[in-house]
Design a protein around this ligand. Structure first.
Ligand code: MG
Length: 211
């Protein structure tokens, strides 16, 4: 019997909000910076995140996620809006201690960013239902009931359409691919026992307990 397995890639944008670049002492990119997580990184249905045994400093990064709904290559920026209709909020969980070592050694961020279940994600909602432009969405993250990250997508350095156009110059975007569009400022550590909750447009959309 043929199994209906759908493969997808998760593309993550780094350095897409000015205040976050400053808090990590990074430089402002002239072009989008991106990296990948494998599909084994996905953590869905409000499942708990189990603290990995290979890191001592895991950070949350709350991000708007866009799902690609058409096959596309070399997509012009002014057509990019035809390639998505749904968004979610995701957490780009990052082993900051390992990432620091990877940066020091000029290595890719493979372990720090792409480990199992490093991408907790909410259900997707349609932009039609939200009734708002993708570049005018409020989202925020609460840790143990306290707001730690809060932004509007109008603060992105590179818009979603620009990101899609840029990425599709190098790689074909396929149905089901997801783009984590970068985190605003306020990233920080999680500890076992913490409770994360993300909101999109004022509605609780993702819960993730750290275990
Ligand atoms: Mg990130």
């Amino acid at each position: 019997m043929k199994k209906n397995v759908r493969y997808m890639k998760i593309i993550c944008i780094g350095r897409n909000y000015l205040a976050h670049i400053k808090e990590l002492n990074h430089s402002i990119p002239e072009e989008p910076v991106f990296f990948f997580k494998p599909d084994s990184a996905l953590l869905q249905k409000h499942s708990p995140f189990y603290y990995p045994d290979f890191s001592n400093e895991v950070h949350y990064e709350c991000e708007l996620v866009v799902k690609i709904n058409r096959l596309g290559k070399s997509i012009p920026e002014n057509f990019a809006h035809n390639y998505y209709s749904e968004v979610a909020v995701g957490l780009d969980m990052t082993c900051r201690d390992i990432q620091r070592k990877e940066i020091e050694k000029s290595l890719p961020w493979s372990i720090s960013k792409a480990f199992d279940y490093s991408a907790p994600i909410s259900n997707f909602v349609t932009l039609d239902n939200l009734g708002k432009d993708i570049q005018n969405l409020d989202f925020k993250l609460l840790k143990n009931g306290v707001v730690v990250q809060e932004t509007n997508t109008s603060d992105m350095i590179f818009s979603v359409n620009k990101l899609i156009s840029y990425l599709s110059r190098f790689m074909t975007l396929k149905i089901g691919d997801m783009i984590f569009t970068g985190t605003p400022c306020g990233v920080g550590e999680v500890k076992i026992g913490d409770k994360l909750e993300a909101y999109l447009e004022g509605n609780s959309i993702l819960k993730c307990d750290i275990k």
